[in-house]
Design a protein around this ligand. Structure first.
Ligand code: ADP
Ligand code: ZN
Ligand code: ZN
Length: 700
């Protein structure tokens, strides 16, 4: 007897087979089981998707190849997991095989059954947790947990920085573990650099064995070990970044998405999924509670959790929970705006800010300065002939890094020594324009050189950004020196604004936040507001110092609505005004978007493919009465160059699709997929290197 199996295997992106191949099996298998199958000359890992005892009609059964073997000792991947993968592939327009296989730890593909058996034997199969008691809860924390227990969610926890959101997650986990001896919880965080802190906290609370981590900074062996523990149900808590949304967790009962607004929940290559959105979908599949949390929720989640209007209608489908107060008597920092129009021209750090920094350091307090650009200066410039340090491969300038006197392109990586003189006219006097973190650190050192700490020792300034943390372990040791108080002033990019529980910082300053106010990306103000609120949340975390803590903003637009809302720590006011603008302009969350992107050697070729696809698509859909409506429901805009038009000598163009109806957009993308395959094979589009679709893009 034979069985016929549809098996998910790794197939090339956009492949039309959809990633399911049919095989014959001489032995019994179950759906979700991991198997080895021949593919071309290789043997590859596959996941059994569907089983039939009937030979497929369209293929001659004898031509089908046989499954080679089963991975012993592993339970099948459950139906909910398979449904999650299938939905993700469909929704984000990738092949099922690609999504399924990239959701599994890479080492699974390489291990023989003997090697796998050894790994499985080494496992800790104890499901027990040893919970140590947490603090007694605040009234707000109690209220939130009660609401969670009495509803099904999904929940959006809108809680100030330092309001004790993390403690709410822990309690929710604790209660779930206590009521169900098998239940598993998934805790998601935006970035690896935040994981160690939370990991320690979670392990201290629930015991080391109960918790596994999942993020891209782990070795393949560590990833496999964690995955196996979660899959077998031994790991009761999985803590991870966006990739963890695909962890196999058969007893999943709770999903928490911390800092749910963070853009890093969106994958930026392959299947461009949003782990936050998939969390909500997955919660439904498992009947698990979903808790999204932030001090500055994404406007999407905020909108989805809107209360009903006066007639009791039109409420969002998320339940909004609120924790406005900081724990203890902690107050949010006072926001101070410095009007840079009133400062001498070319001022980098205003006199009042410098004085405030000095005062804090002399009192033994710590300060943090944020600047959104690393390196020394964004451009080198020749005043004689106008030469600028453009990258020859990208539509961007190379950044001057003084430390090693290089010009580096932050897009393609091209790095060269700074020329002695202007390459165009020979002028020896080429100068940096604009400022990066490196220069800010240097400038601050000069301005505050005379300042002493309370014990009489000299002031210490440190910088944390992608350059200073390139070496493994560098970030950890730099963070440790801030926590231990060795550093007085920390200079850095947004890396330092996120999540860190620095106890002694009492002043945070944004040096030059204005550029985001006038960006072409409609989400830039939302990002800036979140960043500044988060940065403000770093100040005064120790309640004894919170009364005097401050957030400074240097700006040429001090009366801008964004800064007015920041001053009052009023996220709802900011969200209301942003949502009004989005509504007026038909932008998300009031509409849904997808981007089709093409890369080619020339801009013309890239745009050519997109426009041809658009014309073919609209012609085909209009001609068929069943689909003619779609053309009216979905706006497809003409192709335009991307804002970063050229990277590493590749020209990039994009085409926006927009619709008030998510389903209509999805249908349109489905048709577009077919059209692209037709159009792409035409000789006039030979020059196109690749195309890709980004559904719900985070940057336009
Ligand atoms: P958030 O995640 O909202 O920024 P945290 O959960 O990190 O806030 O809490 C801020 C601080 O308050 C932490 O140091 C935490 O240990 C402490 N904390 C939280 N809840 C309580 C509580 N109920 N009683 C005492 N301290 C608490
Ligand atoms: Zn010159
Ligand atoms: Zn470049």
């Amino acid at each position: 007897m034979s069985l016929w199996l549809d098996i998910a295997v790794q197939t090339p992106a956009h492949s039309q087979v959809g990633g399911l191949l049919t095989y014959r099996s001489p032995f019994g298998v179950q759906a979700g089981q991991l198997v080895r199958v021949p593919l071309g000359k290789r043997e590859v890992l596959g996941v059994v998707w569907a089983i039939s005892d009937q030979a497929p009609a369209e293929i001659s059964a004898d031509s089908l190849r046989e499954v080679t073997g089963v991975l012993d000792g592993l339970n099948p991947l459950d139906g909910a997991w398979r449904q999650l993968v299938q939905f993700s592939a469909q929704y984000y327009q990738r092949s099922l095989g690609e999504v399924a296989l990239s959701a599994l730890p890479p080492q699974l593909r390489e291990l023989s059954n003997e090697q796998l058996a050894r790994r499985l034997k080494k496992q800790n199969t104890d499901r027990a947790v040893c919970t140590s008691p947490g603090p007694s809860l605040s009234d707000e924390q109690n209220a939130v947990l009660t609401q969670m227990a009495s509803g099904t969610g999904p929940f959006l926890l809108f809680g100030s920085t330092g309001s004790g959101k993390t403690e709410v997650y822990m309690q929710a986990v604790e209660r779930m573990l206590a009521t169900d001896p098998q239940a598993q919880a998934l805790l998601m965080v935006p970035e690896i650099n935040l994981t160690p802190q939370l990991e320690e906290r979670v392990k201290a609370r629930f015991g080391t064995d109960a918790v596994v981590s999942m993020h891209s900074g782990m070795t393949p062996a560590q990833r496999l070990k964690g995955w196996l523990a979660a899959h077998a149900g031994h790991a009761r808590i999985v803590l991870g970044t966006r990739m963890a949304i695909f962890a196999s967790m058969p007893h999943l009962k709770l999903i928490v998405v911390d800092e749910e607004h963070d853009p890093s929940y969106k994958q930026q290559e392959g299947a461009r999924y949003s782990a936050r959105d998939l969390a909500v979908y997955r919660g439904r599949l498992h009947n698990a509670t979903v808790l999204l949390a932030s001090a500055t929720p994404s406007l999407e989640s905020w909108h989805l959790s809107r209360p009903a209007d006066a007639d009791g209608l039109n409420a969002g489908r998320y339940v909004r929970l609120h924790m406005p107060s900081r724990i203890g008597t902690g107050l949010l920092p006072k926001v101070r705006r410095v009007d840079m129009n009133k400062q001498p021209r070319r001022t980098v750090l205003s006199a009042p800010l410098v004085a405030a920094l000095q005062e804090r350091v002399e009192r033994g307090e710590q300060c943090m300065l944020l600047l959104n650009r690393r390196g020394y200066a964004p451009v080198l410039h020749c005043a004689d002939c106008g030469w600028k340090s453009a990258c020859k491969h990208c539509s961007a300038f190379r950044v001057f890094h003084k430390i090693d006197r290089t010009l580096r392109c932050h897009h393609c990586g091209l790095t060269e020594r700074v020329p002695r003189a202007c390459p165009d006219c020979g002028n020896a006097d080429i100068a940096p324009i604009g400022r990066g973190t490196e220069q800010l650190e240097e400038h601050l050192g000069e301005l505050l050189a005379h300042v002493k700490r309370p014990d009489g020792s000299p002031i210490r300034i440190a910088r944390i950004d992608a350059d200073s943390t390139r070496l493994k372990g560098a970030l950890e040791s730099q963070l440790a020196s801030v926590h231990s108080g060795e550093v007085d002033i920390l200079v850095g990019t947004q890396m330092i604004a996120k999540g860190h529980d620095f106890r002694r910082i009492t002043l945070v300053a944004a040096v030059n936040p204005d550029t985001a106010l006038f960006s072409s990306d409609f989400r830039a103000p939302e990002r800036l507001f979140a960043l500044l609120m988060q940065a403000a949340g770093r100040a005064g975390r120790d309640a004894t110092q919170s009364a005097t803590s401050e957030m400074w903003v240097q700006t040429f637009h001090p009366t801008h609505a964004l800064f007015e809302a920041l001053k009052k720590h009023d996220y709802p006011a900011f969200a209301a005004s942003e949502l009004a603008e989005r509504t007026a302009a038909d932008l998300p969350p009031l509409s849904h978007q997808a981007l089709l992107r093409a890369d080619a050697r020339t801009q013309e070729a890239a745009q050519g493919l997109l426009n041809a696809a658009r014309e073919t698509l609209e012609a085909q859909l209009s001609a068929d009465p069943d689909t003619a409506d779609l053309v009216l429901q979905v706006n497809v805009y003409p192709a335009v160059p991307m804002s970063m038009q050229r990277v590493a000598d590749v020209e990039r163009a994009q085409m926006l699709l927009e619709s008030p109806h998510r389903m209509a957009l999805q249908k349109m993308l489905w048709h577009l997929h077919g059209v692209l395959h037709q159009v792409r094979s035409l000789p006039e589009h030979k020059g196109v290197i690749r195309w890709l679709v980004d559904v719900d893009p985070q940057t336009i």
